[in-house]
Design a protein around this ligand. Structure first.
Ligand code: DX5
Ligand code: ZN
Length: 553
């Protein structure tokens, strides 16, 4: 994905790019799963802070930082200073995913003789096997990491290195006076090699930040200390990545990342009780299922009565974004592969500047390999081609290699009457999404073909068993009456055209869909808790949610 014309920083223009958006989303899910497993095994730890900062840490380590974990003392590395060290389980999970240590080791979290202690300890070459490669700073006492970051920034400047220092701050942590002293010093020294990220989840150890020690208006405070300040949603990687990439020009920069403490697990979300409490081991399978239930809504903008003129498309994107869509589904049809034609890469290019939402492009065209480059350049984040449009596996391989090397998430789509080709198993790691069409492609507003459900139910578990970690996308006739079956079958991206734009109240349609899926997942977790004999326990823990969704038995 790319867009241009952002702020004064020339360098950042046209360079913004999420590398394999869907793959990154998958890794973030794994990060939460690993962190939660560690906390449950340990019986203590901080899920709340780990989950509010998951996207921040994941984006930094998986995509932004120049940080070769096999060579953790490389003087040219970018630094991550985890000042709010309580997010340690999430931090360890992130490091395990970049190869710092085996993922299994998370089960030693907080145990005697483990190197994964409650508060991270700085890596030392002399203690190679007893410390964690990648950890730059021993945290735990709050309020100090920004000062340490400044020291590193100044040293790097003296050494004429242009590596960056990223410092993660907690909002409760900014109660400490030292943060503000450091903030003045960073501005005085014009540290444009420093980006601080404030995990603004509004909860600290003993309650809500604004009740304990109000820090708002936090943006104005940092501005008055002469920092560059931007404010974003800290769970949206399409907002985080460009801001983390864009280096400040003549002063330090802080990203105020609005987050939700415990984000990902409903009863932990925005709940001060889960700042530092562990779920029990027996609940872990349910929590992991909840994480696996995360889904995305991808509205198809060819739908609706307003047509597909550029203005109308822009309008639909803006409305979908305002009301909580996760991606935008772009149906490209050439009138040859399908009996209808819509728009091409030039239109997508024009739409790109209007939104940060990822573009989920579905190419229903002949010879996709010939025009692939233009769609990559237009700023698509996901590009799916049809198996039926590739003359053989070699053609798909060419497309796949090109997409991977361009940082675009590759997808493969099949028509309702087509089985997934046998060669799909050769792309388990290099495929981010599989679209199992539930209408014959060509038009929005068609009726869902129920015969595709058995195909989904056959193919999805088989691919999972073989190790496919990517997404399954349901596309065609998805509405409130068909979405649950596709969710059950394992789909987690839902394309919705007519169900969203075929009605004037887009907000209600998106809200109703999310409500339906959320309560459906909740109900299936309750059923599972019953089969695991955890029902009472689980219901107690989820009482609020149950009341909210009116599912009490
Ligand atoms: C069909 C397209 C779909 C379609 C979705 O050829 O690939 O994305 O537009 O629209 P609905 O949800 O109305 O079927
Ligand atoms: Zn489509």
């Amino acid at each position: 994905m790319r867009w241009s014309g952002h702020d004064q920083n020339e360098e950042a223009d046209n360079m913004y790019n999420i590398n394999r958006y869907l793959n990154l989303k998958e890794k973030l899910k794994e990060l939460r799963t690993i962190a939660l497993t560690g906390i449950a095994e340990a019986g203590s730890g901080h899920p709340g802070a780990s989950f509010s900062a998951a996207e921040i840490m994941g984006c930094l380590y998986f995509q932004i930082m120049n940080n070769d974990i096999k060579n953790p003392s490389n003087p040219n590395r970018d630094y991550f200073i985890n000042s709010k060290a309580h997010s340690a389980p999430g931090y360890y999970a992130t490091l395990s995913l970049v190869g710092s240590f085996p993922k299994e080791e998370i089960k030693t979290l907080r145990k005697l003789n483990s190197r994964l202690q409650g508060h991270p300890v700085r890596f030392s070459e002399m203690q190679k096997h007893h410390s964690v490669p990648g950890i730059e700073y021993s945290g735990g006492s709050e309020g100090i990491g920004l000062s340490v970051s400044i020291g590193i920034c100044l040293a790097n400047k003296l050494d004429k290195r242009d590596n960056m220092v990223y410092c993660l701050l907690g909002d409760g942590e900014t109660n400490e006076g030292q943060i503000w002293e450091a903030s003045m010093a960073a501005a005085k020294f014009k540290l444009n090699n420093l980006i601080a990220i404030l995990d603004r989840n509004k909860i600290q150890q003993d309650g809500f930040t604004e009740e304990i020690m109000p820090i708002d208006p936090i943006k104005e405070k940092w501005l008055s200390f002469n920092w560059e300040v931007v404010e974003i949603n800290g769970h949206k990687i399409e907002q985080l990545i460009p801001e983390l990439l864009k280096k400040p020009v003549d002063r330090p920069k802080i990203i105020i990342a609005n987050t939700v403490k415990g984000n990902g697990i409903k009863h932990m979300a925005n709940n001060p009780q889960w700042h530092g409490k562990a779920p029990s081991k027996k609940h872990l399978p349910l929590l992991i299922r909840e994480l696996e239930g995360e889904y995305m809504i991808s509205p198809s903008i060819i739908a609706g009565t307003d047509g597909i003129g550029e203005e109308s498309l822009k309008q639909k994107i803006a409305t979908a974004e305002r009301y909580g869509a996760d991606m935008i589904h772009l149906d490209v049809m050439d009138g040859k592969f399908v009996p209808n034609s819509t728009f091409f890469f030039d239109t997508i290019k024009k739409l790109r500047d209007g939104t940060r939402l990822p573009f989920d492009t579905h190419l229903m065209i002949q010879n996709p390999a010939k025009v692939l480059e233009q769609y990559i350049d237009a700023g698509c984040d996901v590009i799916s081609v049809h198996a039926e449009a590739c003359s053989n596996e070699q053609e798909f391989e060419k497309i796949n290699t090109k997409l991977i090397s361009s940082g675009v998430s590759p997808g493969l789509a099949v028509n309702p009457g087509t089985e997934l080709p046998e060669w799909v198993f050769s792309y388990l790691d290099n495929l981010d999404v599989i679209i199992i069409m539930s209408v014959n492609p060509g038009f929005a507003g068609q009726k869902f073909i129920p015969e595709v459900l058995p195909k989904m139910k056959r193919a999805i578990p088989l691919l999972r068993e073989r190790g496919f970690k990517g997404y399954f996308e349901a596309d065609g006739g998805i509405d409130l009456s068909t979405i649950k079956q596709c969710f059950d079958a394992g789909c987690r991206i839902f394309v919705m055209g007519n169900a969203i734009f075929g009605n004037s109240d887009v907000e209600k349609r998106i809200r109703d869909t999310k409500f339906l899926l959320d309560s459906y997942l909740e109900k299936s977790l309750l059923d599972e808790s019953q089969s695991l004999n955890l029902e009472e326990d689980w219901i107690k823990g989820r009482r609020n949610i149950i009341e909210q969704f009116n599912l009490a038995r």
